[in-house]
Design a protein around this ligand. Sequence first.
Ligand code: J2J
Length: 564
Amino acid sequence: SRAPLPATVTWPEEVRAGYRAAGYWSEQTFAAFLDERVRRFGERQAVVGVDAAGAWQRWTYRDLGAAAVRGADWLRGHGVGPGDRVVLHLPNTVELIAVLAGAFALGAVPVMGLPSHRDLELAQFARLADAAAIVGLPGGAQGLRDAAELAALHARIADRLQGEESSRPGWTPPALLDAATLRLGELAAGAADLDSLPGKAIEGPRPAEQVALLQLSGGTTGVPKLIPRTHADYLYSVRESARICELDADQVLLVALPAVHNFALSSPGILGALEVGASVVLAPDPSPRTAFGLIERERVTFASLVPPLAQAWVAAQRRRPADLASLRVVQVGGAKLAPSVAEEVEPVLGVRLQQVFGMAEGLVNYTRYDDADELRHTSQGLPISSADEILIVDAEDRPVPDGVEGALLTRGPYTIRGYLRPTPEAEAAFTADGFYRTGDRVRRLPSGHLIVTGRDKDQINRAGEKIAVDELEEAAVAHPDVHDALAIGEPDPYLGERICLLVVLETGRAEPGDLREHLRARGLAEFKLPDRVAYLSSFPTTAVGKNSRRELRRLLAERESVTT
Ligand code: J2J
């Protein structure tokens, strides 16, 4: 089995003691959480979704227990042991749930890769986490066409890991697995006895305060960052989210976003549904057509969307009304929701709108159902917990008066104090006293509600998907014809921001199509590829000679207003 994860900067012991004493943190691990759910909600419906063969499956909580046992046995059979890391690379299918639940039952640590990630990203996650396995699955909206394509991707990952020089002696490559071999179609006969599995017997003091899963940071640097979340902190955020969102056992949640994204998993998401005995419907793709069909068929009550999807749902419902009578709440988060769209969501879809401003590093804010219209339409909500400390500061880290825009810093019972294997750059995301610098700019209302006004971090938020500009620029500059490259987010009425790649050419002529192909061949996920490429003869620079993103943005806006 692998070396344990290296220690990370974490909450000081006296802070931990306070979170325990206040009842925020419990002793429960994910394996115990799962076991308790299976026992308590036995024959209730837990999960509806397609399997690898494209057939719809309907699981009770008991079936979920059997799937966890199957998943754990399968992982063990491929050499994954308790404490080992498993990179998930799975579309919204029942296989994803079986592997995730199996990892928890086994006491393994899942790494929440997205189905859209490709060899560059997956190899980086595997290396950072020292993963024992990467689990993929052909098919799915953002997935790979067939088993051969998955095998080709896995071969590229293996090459990359072989080629990269390992800093750790004894590094062995992860097993590259196809979850279709789980054979979930034959689940009915399976055992649901989670007691025999090692996940409930994690060793060491306070198992619940150990790392349970690794989330992905939206990223601002060339190399992605992994976020160590503990059983205690994550489950606290899940329990409180389920309470704030008033989930109960009769609700049916539609998962239209990638299931392991922090929003879909925990705010309150899949885990929130399991917490209360509700059921989860996995949408194979997020289109209004698929989603509306599922809402009608499964009597869905609750759905979580990014702003462009909320817009698409509103437009689709206007064009050709579906029966959405069962739907009670639509959450929108991941990127800023325009107030004009917010105002349409409720009357057109016939639901309560809840804005969600969260981050995989921790802090999650919700508008509350009984907030006044104005607040629900224009603010991004209040933190989950009164123990969430919010600081809004100026450029010198001095608090600004309420109502004035500033940089958002936060600290609390489910916000990390450090990344896994941090670089100096990653360490700079935390203040000396443990506040996380979110990179977001906000304004706080007297009620405590936050309004997101902008961003300091070098990141593009394209339809809720986060792109680290450094990563894209580094990959672009590797093209032989490219002398220099800058990526900026341009306002887009649908995506929120679209990716514009500005290029200074060396020699030759890299056409936009060539550049996109080059980036794809570098192993970057499709969502990171530029929507537009523009060519310049040089970049404006700052006083210290660095390329000036701000000046470029101004120049582009000017050019736009001249040409249109
Ligand atoms: C503006 N910006 C937002 C919002 C996130 C719940 C919901 C979302 C995420 C998420 C999450 C925003 N308005 N409503 O993890 O549990 C931007 C901010 C933030 C970054 C975090 C959850 N909601 N954002 O989006 O880790 O810039 O998490 O810092 O992917 O998304 O991105 P991520």
